[in-house]
Design a protein around this ligand. Structure first.
Ligand code: G4P
Length: 525
């Protein structure tokens, strides 16, 4: 197969949802279709149950499982599908945000009884920033649900995206009879006892009286009325706004019963984008460019504390990657060769000789890589779109064992390279501050410092509202600001100026007083 065909047949995407909506279940069904797994239950949910916040075994399990299922590749109907897993627990949201920079599209799973939930809303914001094409799967139709029209309105309002149903449910809960697929013009019947893998019943015309025979007169009339109603409200489905990220096709089904999943997958393969161009500081990089380039969006520490090896996850943006070929590590400014890059095929890893745009490869690493690092064939490409978001929680990190200060410094450094949390150095007292999205991250850091670096740390509470990256064309005003707020000024890992506001009031005052300074809650602007 030619290079261009290889690119065209790739679909690299992420599944996002609020915990419990059914992401794991849907992932598993997709893998079953792809023949990547053969029994249900093979994919373990990587979520930590609410009660296990301080259970370190759970933390370890989380890390172990997420490396195994971080990327799940499989072949289906001539397509190469790469599913990128995202942690379900909100304390690892930062990890999810970064993974979303490596996908070309997204499937959002929504619980039909609960509608749009907080985590979904937050993740959608990240998709919107990048105009990522999204498709929606409304799950759990076998249970009592909200009204489908209300659900669609809710999605439009809450996720700020236009929707277009491509399938329509017939009833819900115990009355759930199936879906009418508007894309293929097929009727699919639901029976809870068997996971139907049968073809749908072709019904090209909704006035066909066959429908009555199959689902009964009442349901048939309701279906016709509802379809007529939304055909009037929603425009004809058009691929362009979907690919631009402004229109989400919607499917209904039940992942647990493997119902509606195949239709979702088939439509997805047909309309979802193959690898899209990537933004760099100076230009766009097209996947079909001859020269290889890629960036690191995730680093995973080895589970074995005695071998401090890590795996850097590289998304290939252009060209063909080849094993044992020297590539420029742009940030280090030196050529590196990789002798054992791995591909992720469902639950197994294997060494590969080549990979194409859209693919994710794992590179064993002993400390050369940081998140955001770029590889190329000579050009100094810096890929954009890997922002840091202001953390929600902050604490000073202190050394609890004076004999191990070097280990602690090294551990903090490496864990931050991995993107476990963010480090800020207060410019006033030189103390290290760790910023996280959730409490669990502090526990993970403390545990890993001890077990992987033999270093002990202590946390010291710090009440801050937000970290703001500041910038201004007006150097004098910037200097003045930094001087006056010197107790609140810090540098991030890349040496950028960060203002640590201790309240929203303080931030507001600063914004009013220093009109020429921009305050950003994300680090890439
Ligand atoms: P998540 O990854 O998004 O967190 O969700 P997950 O797939 O783990 O699903 C959460 C719960 O919802 C699971 O039940 C799962 O079996 C159930 N579920 C998923 N899809 C459907 C569906 O279409 N219909 C119904 N009725 N339930 C569905 P659980 O009891 O929390 O987990 P488990 O102990 O069964 O694994």
């Amino acid at each position: 197969m030619g290079f261009i065909e290889e690119i065209k047949r790739r679909r690299t995407f992420g599944i996002i949802s609020h915990p419990d909506a059914g992401k794991t279940t849907l992932t598993e069904k997709l893998l079953l279709f792809g023949g990547a797994i053969h029994v249900a239950g093979a994919v373990k949910s990587n979520k930590i149950k609410q009660t296990a916040t301080s259970d370190f075994m759970e933390i370890e399990k989380q890390r172990g499982i997420s490396v195994a299922t971080s990327v799940m590749g499989f072949e289906y109907k001539g397509y190469k599908v790469n599913i990128l897993d995202t942690p379900g627990h909100q304390d690892f949201a930062e990890d999810t945000y970064r993974t979303l920079t490596a996908v070309d599209s997204v499937i959002i799973v929504i619980d039909a009884a609960k509608g749009v939930e907080t985590q979904t809303r937050k993740l959608m914001e990240v998709c919107r920033m990048r105009n990522t094409p999204v498709m929606v799967f409304i799950n759990k139709m076998d249970r009592p649900t909200k009204d489908p029209f209300d659900l669609l309105d809710e999605i439009e309002a809450e996720l700020k995206i236009n929707v277009r149903p491509l399938s329509w449910p017939i009833g819900n809960g115990t009355d759930f009879q199936g879906v009418y697929n508007l894309y293929e013009k097929n009727l699919y019947l639901f029976s809870p006892s068997k996971q139907t893998l049968e073809e749908g019943i072709e019904i090209k015309d909704l006035s066909d009286s066959q429908i009555e025979t199959i689902i009964g007169e009442k349901a048939a009339n309701t279906l016709r009325d509802e379809v007529e109603l939304f055909e009037g409200v929603y425009q004809e489905f058009d691929n362009t706004p979907y690919l631009e990220g402004s229109l989400a096709p919607v499917f209904f089904g039940s992942a647990l019963n493997n119902f509606g999943v195949r239709e979702l997958l088939h439509c997805f393969l047909e309309i979802a984008p193959s690898p899209r161009p990537s933004k760099t500081e100076h230009r766009m990089v097209e996947p079909r460019e001859e020269k290889f380039s890629g960036f690191v969006f995730k680093i995973h520490a080895n589970m074995d504390p005695n071998h401090r090896n890590r795996i850097a996850f590289v998304k290939i943006c252009s060209g063909k990657f080849e094993r044992n070929t020297p590539y420029l590590h742009v940030q280090l400014g030196k050529d590196l060769k990789f002798s054992s890059p791995t591909a992720f095929m469902a639950d197994k890893k294997s060494i590969i000789d080549e990979a194409y745009p859209g693919d994710i490869i794992g590179i064993p690493d002993s400390g050369n890589f940081k998140i955001g690092d770029c590889l190329s064939q000579g050009e100094k490409l810096i890929f954009k779109g890997l922002p840091s978001f202001s953390p929600e929680l902050f604490q000073y990190i202190e050394n609890a064992d004076p004999l191990k200060s070097k280990q602690l410094a090294k551990g903090i450094d490496q864990l931050m390279d991995e993107g476990v949390a963010q480090l800020f150095i207060n410019q006033f007292n030189n103390r290290k501050i760790i910023g996280t999205v959730g409490q669990l991250q502090f526990e993970v850091i403390q545990y890993r410092l001890l077990h992987e670096y033999s270093a002990s740390c202590r946390w010291e509470g710090l009440s801050l509202y937000k970290a703001c990256w500041i910038r201004s064309e007006n150097q004098a005003e910037l200097n003045d600001f930094k001087q006056r707020k010197n107790q609140y000024m810090a540098k991030d890992k890349y040496g950028r100026d960060v203002f640590l506001a201790d309240s929203s009031y303080m931030l507001q005052m600063a914004q009013e007083q220093f009109k020429n300074i921009e305050f950003h809650f994300t680090s890439e602007f």
